[in-house]
Design a binder for this molecule. Structure first.
Ligand SMILES: Cc1cc2nc3c(=O)[nH]c(=O)nc-3n(C[C@H](O)[C@H](O)[C@H](O)COP(=O)(O)OP(=O)(O)OC[C@H]3O[C@@H](n4cnc5c(N)ncnc54)[C@H](O)[C@@H]3O)c2cc1C
Length: 432
């Protein structure tokens, strides 16, 4: 429950559910067959039209009083509880919704802002996000710093009331159609890597930021690399304390890893119980088996059953992890279990889809999109094990921080970042 609401002020969940049901029926467009979410391979004009439509849907939620269900009312949210969010997600099944706002705009970006932003920063941006006016992206990864995020080399140098940023960020999903970036940068080269970072927010489309699109194997050009040259950011747009960006980043990664169970985001319920996984959009496996004419094939039935079990196991693990963390019975690091499970399950589900679709998923006719999509998805099935931090890194975190096994050898531990040797030309010293 958000901090500014007393339990007595809150609308009972069942009343809220009925109000939401009515409102959705009267206002929200139906999802319809073929409704897809996730990394798209649409031509740019169609992608931009979808982005505009999702801004409209977010605005619709705002006008209807359903935007930011668990955000505090003082920042434009509804100040409701997880139970209200669950009820809304159940009612949302079968409708379109502003998918692109859920990740990473609302979680993790708005969640980080809510946790570390000043009152003024929250007032300036959280209502704008909930109104559909601002889409945010994460400027975290760099060409030489992905898993080793604390090794970021994008530099921010103080100049009076401003900071001047130089460097490059990469793998920023959707930066080309987004408005703001949450950016991790190095503000101190003379301390060990984790202690010299700070977090800033910046408008993406401004002089000094060049955006280059990267094409993936499936044809999607959602990924971007940004080149920052003398980008001026006012100190009032710094989030958290100077050189304490790792504290912010640690919670940022926590929010990113708990996307699938966060009460802040919308996730329509699915027929099997639980919620739709992000990126899972499209025909269900059962529908796919039907289209492929394999409903009576024992092999196909086994695959559908396996998928069902995997989803149920993931759902239960997520619930348990969430309850353990919320009840303070275990550390936040447990979220790595959910992250690992999500990567493994999602990859297997994509493979099951491909296996169910059979040979048609490798070569399909133009009018056979449901089956063909499974072939295209298969090409990029590993993204679920990489985006949001790799599953290998999740295994490391589980081993070291949950099971208490010895920590991995790190040659840069305790060494001033300026002296850390780097594989990239010039190394750290040249950049400092
Ligand atoms: C779909 C998707 C969306 C993304 N969106 C964004 C975004 O919006 N913003 C953003 O900033 N980034 C984004 N990323 C980037 C993502 O966070 C990075 O790709 C990820 O953190 C891995 O970093 P890397 O690519 O530099 O790989 P590397 O860190 O170079 O890793 C390469 C391989 O080595 C393994 N490895 C590295 N270190 C270790 C270790 N210590 N122990 C064991 N194995 C190790 C890794 O697991 C991986 O298999 C996205 C990626 C994907 C796939």
């Amino acid at each position: 429950m958000s901090a500014d609401v007393k339990p007595v002020d809150i609308e009972p969940v069942e009343e809220f559910r009925l109000r939401a049901r009515r409102w959705l029926r009267e206002n929200m467009p139906l999802a319809g067959p073929g409704y897809r979410r996730g990394l798209t391979t649409l031509p740019d004009e169609e992608e931009l039209a979808e982005v505009a439509e999702e801004r409209r849907l977010q605005r619709l939620l705002w006008d209807g009083g359903f935007a930011g269900l668990c955000f505090p009312t003082e920042y434009g949210g509804q100040g409701l509880t997880q139970a209200h969010a669950d009820a809304f997600n159940k009612e949302l099944a079968g409708y379109r919704y502003p998918f692109r706002f859920q990740i990473p705009t609302i979680v993790p970006c708005a969640a980080v802002l809510l946790e570390f932003g000043t009152h003024e920063q929250k007032l300036a941006h959280i209502p704008a996000i909930l109104r559909g006016d601002e889409l945010w992206m994460q400027f975290l990864s760099e060409p030489g710093a992905g898993s080793d995020l604390a090794g970021s080399r994008t530099s921010a140098v103080r100049q009076g009331d401003d900071w001047v940023l130089n460097g490059s960020k990469i793998w920023t999903t959707g930066a080309w159609w987004s408005d703001w970036g949450l950016c991790l940068a190095r503000t101190n080269w003379d301390v060990p890597k984790h202690r010299g970072l700070s977090v800033f927010m910046l408008p993406i489309h401004q002089p000094g930021i060049e955006i280059s699109r990267i094409e993936m194997l499936n044809g999607s050009k959602e990924f971007c690399q940004e080149f920052l040259t003398d980008v001026v950011v006012p100190d009032s747009d710094r989030i958290g304390a100077v050189d304490d960006g790792w504290t912010v980043a640690t919670r940022w990664l926590f929010h990113e890893r708990s996307i699938h169970s966060s009460p802040l985001t919308l996730r329509p319920a699915v027929a099997s119980g639980g919620h739709e996984s992000y990126g899972e959009g499209g025909a269900s496996l059962l529908e796919l088996a039907e289209v492929a004419g394999r409903l009576d094939d024992p092999g196909a039935r086994e695959l559908v059953g396996e998928a069902h079990v995997l989803k149920a196991a993931q759902r239960e693990l997520d619930r348990r992890v969430q309850a353990t963390i919320a009840g303070r019975k275990g550390s936040d690091q447990l979220v790595s279990l959910s992250r690992l499970m999500q990567g493994v399950v999602s990859t297997r589900l994509t493979t099951i889809g491909y296996e169910l679709a059979g040979a048609d998923a490798a070569a399909w006719a133009d009018d056979d999109e449901a089956v063909g999509a499974r072939g295209v998805n298969y090409l990029t099935r590993q993204v679920a094990c990489v985006g949001g931090g790799t599953t290998e890194m999740a295994r490391n975190a589980i081993a070291e921080r949950v099971l208490g096994m010895p920590r991995e050898l790190a040659l840069d531990r305790g060494v001033p970042f300026r002296e850390v040797r780097s594989g990239s030309a010039g190394g750290a010293a040249a950049r400092g």
